[in-house]
Design a protein. Sequence first.
Length: 361
Amino acid sequence: MKNNALRKLAAFALSAAMTLAVCACTGAGDAGTPAADNGNDTAVTEKTETVEADTTEAVAEDNVYKVAVIKQLDHASLDEIANAITARLDSLAAENGVTIEYEVYSGQNDQTVLKQISDQAIADKVDAIIPIATLAAQVAAVSAEETATPVVFAAISDPVAAELTGIDYVTGTSDGLNTEFIMDMMFAQNPEIQKVGLLYSLSEVNSATPIAEAKAYLDAKGIEYVEATGNTNDEVVAAASSLVAAGVDVVFTPTDNVIMAAELAIYDEFAINGILHYAGADSFVRNGAFATCGVNYTDLGTKTAEYAFKAMTEGMDGLEDYYLMDGGIITVNTETAEAAQADYSVFADMGELVEVQTTEE
């Protein structure tokens, strides 16, 4: 990619980060990442693992691969993806007679911390960086510019809008949302909807396209909508309350990491008021939202690890800009449905239906 394009990406990432909330990171440990003097706990290594093939022969030095897995922040979706990535790296090591050393980090939704982690990974001469979520990927792409270390991102809803395409050392997986289908689900379940709440974060580039798609869909139907945004947990809680006060019938949230991190704090208010919250990923539903139709994040993490392994062992030639994961799985929270007295039987005719309950993770 040309230098001016990467400078644009760096500026884009900085602009996106300016309004991001810093989320506390849990865990302990140190992987040599410099501390950030920002008054919060700095990034920590959640897991360090060396996976060796099941063989009695010594593994050659050139058959040892180092990977940095960098989560943008801690929440259920990103944790599920990271776990799937590392599990697949384990199995790939055994299948191919190599050693894969990996470390999993959390960037606390803070660009400074993410930059420290990515720069340290480059200094440690990792063979690949696997960033999870948009800001983490943008920062990693900038850090890897000089070395062209493979950056294989996971769960970027809109890689084009995030300016992560056209870079010869960057690829990854996209969980791009089928907004129209989720809107269809809403009106199939309740044809009498009069007012829709749109809940999202202005700091999440992932949300821009699906929110625009939702507005276009509702405009075409002549349905009123109310927007509410928040960039911190407290702001999201206040935004959710404002939608309840506005008398919305349902709420739509795309694959928005900021809202996802606050879902456990807002789902109950929606449910007891009979407001169904449709969201962009099954992790929202497992944390109390009503329903979604999207990708399986364990499958996404597994495929991301496979692309990263190919990039390390065969190079970037032949890899696409990104890979859009198949969706089509409808997930419904049965506890939320019961609390909101919502019938979701119509979804059985729209796709594969998975029923879950709320887990506080």
